[in-house]
Write a protein that binds this ligand. Structure first.
Ligand code: AMP
Ligand code: MG
Length: 392
């Protein structure tokens, strides 16, 4: 069996980042920047007042002086008049500094008297001017290969960019297999269960910025699987759940080269999630996830989400890890990497007593997965341990 990191590398090797497209800035949030965005101007484009008050030409303290007010500058209304010694311009926040003025005395430190202003207090250390280009300069870059946050969008707008080049979002086709499965809302027979995995996987895919195509449940028959594979055409990634073990009805565990599947690896040293596979189905990357819901979702986070990020043009890397303090002692781990459903409390992180891979309720209550590497030695409460967050 290969390790989790070998499996993830094997999946990344199957992927080619998707092409770029141009979108308006309003559609850019959450998308991956495909080309460096270059500022079209300096910001601020002029030395700007950062206080309401009076722009003056003298650098030294003017306490006790009375200055002649020669004009007014407001945001969007520059004053094109040179300010000399003994003079001041009325100025408001965001206005360009008039020529000759070197600083602003804030309004609260002055007393206006007709056409003059008396300076009551003055601290010339604070010039209250934001210099030209102090935020960014024309030609400054926002580098490609990042998922754009609202903070990036405000910067791109300030750079005067109405459109940006982003990667096309990946489409993932999701197939659930099993004769026992019916859709939520149906009336199951006593021997049937609800097909829950596809819904969780689609949500994980959308969380990773992809478009999810949830296909009809596939029965455990070769013809059904073949027909379902046809429905996957056009997807950038195919994800299956179930049927991946070695049972008589586990079709995805069999040799499917006749259906156009070439398998890169099968079985990974992890808990939950051992019967994981990846390969290509008629040229499209495919990840086969186990059927147990917890295995399916954990593998969705550990393999599918990083794959979708990589398709979208982000650097190939594992899903986010945090370091949290353990609230309890843990025994030595076995030979498989263990992703333990855990709760977060004031003392730190505690694994649930039952780690069975069929327990969807426990997973829903979990705040994080504790990651135990193979043969991780026993750990003491208070030690820091690697975790995968389950809540944003
Ligand atoms: P399998 O890998 O097909 O042997 O499935 C392992 C276990 O997961 C079985 O108990 C299945 O009933 C269950 N299972 C498989 N697919 C799903 C699904 N889409 N939703 C919920 N449970 C599933
Ligand atoms: Mg099955």
């Amino acid at each position: 069996m290969i390790s989790v990191s070998e499996a993830l590398t094997g999946i990344f090797d199957l992927l080619t980042p998707l092409p770029a497209e141009t979108v308006s800035l309003r559609a850019a949030s959450g998308r991956v920047l495909a080309e460096d965005a270059v500022a079209g101007r300096d910001q601020p484009p002029f030395d700007a007042a950062v206080m309401d008050g009076y722009a003056v030409a003298e650098a030294g303290s003017l306490v006790g002086k009375t200055l002649r007010v020669v004009g007014e500058a407001a945001a969007g209304h520059a004053l094109d008049l040179r300010i000399g010694p003994g003079e001041a311009a009325r100025i408001f926040t965001g206005a360009p500094m008039p020529p000759g003025a070197c600083r602003v005395i804030m309004q609260e430190d002055t007393r206006a008297e007709g056409g003059t202003v008396a300076i009551v207090e003055d601290d010339p250390e604070n010039i209250f001017v934001r210099p030209l280009g102090s935020d960014f300069r024309s030609g400054d870059h926002l580098k490609a290969g990042r998922r754009l946050t609202p903070m990036d969008v405000v910067l791109l707008a300030a750079m005067n960019l109405a459109e940006v080049r982003v990667t096309r979002p990946p489409t993932v086709a999701i197939l659930s297999t099993g004769d026992e499965l019916v859709l939520p809302g149906d009336t199951p027979r006593a021997d049937q269960i609800i097909a829950s995995n596809g819904f969780g996987l689609a949500a994980l895919a959308e969380q990773a910025g992809a478009e999810a195509r949830l296909l009809p449940v596939v029965r455990d028959r070769m013809e059904a699987l073949e027909a379902a594979f046809d429905l996957c055409s056009g997807a950038d990634l195919i994800v299956t759940s179930g049927g991946a073990s070695v049972g008589d009805h586990d079709l995805l565990g069999r040799d499917l080269s006749a259906l156009g599947l070439t398998r890169n690896f099968y079985k990974v040293a992890m808990r939950p999630g051992k019967p994981l596979m990846a390969g290509k189905l008629r040229g499209t990357p495919m990840i086969g996830l186990p059927g147990n819901p917890v295995s399916s979702m954990v593998c969705g986070m550990i393999f599918m989400q990083p794959a979708l990020h990589a398709l979208a043009g982000l650097p190939p890397q594992p899903s986010r890890r945090d370091r949290l303090q353990l609230a309890v002692d843990l025994p030595e781990n076995g030979g498989r990497e263990h992703y333990m459903r855990s709760r977060l409390g004031p003392e730190g992180v505690t694994p649930f007593t039952s780690q069975d891979s069929s327990l969807q309720k426990v997973m829903s209550e979990a705040d994080a997965l504790i990651v135990r590497p193979p043969h991780d030695p026993a750990r003491k409460a208070g030690e820091y341990i690697e975790t995968v967050p389950l809540r944003p």
